[in-house]
Write a protein that binds this ligand. Structure first.
Ligand SMILES: COC(=O)N1C[C@@H]2C[C@@H]3O[C@]2(Cc2nccnc23)C1
Length: 130
């Protein structure tokens, strides 16, 4: 129905805006592109679902997300993967884990501050109807 497509168009605009703002934040540079498997050959042995900000953007444009909750589930893989793959006490691992935690908190703060609960409920009704 046309009104539903209007809602999903607005959802994609909201999700692109969040994703682009995160991509511009220098703290999150390590999360902007997929981890380079040639540079890190064991990455896919440890991490079963790689995710990054550019892939989120592609998914948005491919209409993968019908609710903010579905987007957040993928966004969560970005920081969860970083905590899992970089667990050591050395400064490099601690630094990327700090940035991963900042990413988690920043996504949640933006959504708490900028997502209307009624809008997400309409998206969830569309998801259940399909
Ligand atoms: C989200 O980013 C990450 O989880 N990582 C883990 C990898 C280990 C380390 O840092 C990463 C890239 C890299 N490339 C070459 C040599 N060592 C590294 C980025």
């Amino acid at each position: 129905e046309e009104q539903e497509e209007d809602v999903l168009r607005e959802l994609r605009l909201f999700l692109r805006n969040i994703t682009e703002r995160l991509s511009l934040d220098r703290r999150f540079k390590a999360f902007t592109k997929p981890v380079d498997i040639e540079e890190v050959p064991d990455y896919l042995m440890v991490i079963k679902k790689p995710m990054d900000l550019s892939t989120l953007l592609t998914n948005i444009d491919e209409h993968k997300y019908v609710t903010v909750g579905e987007f957040m589930a993928d966004a969560d893989f970005i920081w969860k993967n970083a905590l899992e793959y970089n667990p050591d006490s050395d400064p490099m691992d601690r630094n990327i884990r700090h940035r991963a935690c900042a990413l988690k908190d920043t996504v949640r703060a933006i959504i708490r501050d900028e997502l209307d609960e009624d809008f997400e409920r309409v998206c969830e009704e569309i998801r259940e109807s399909r």
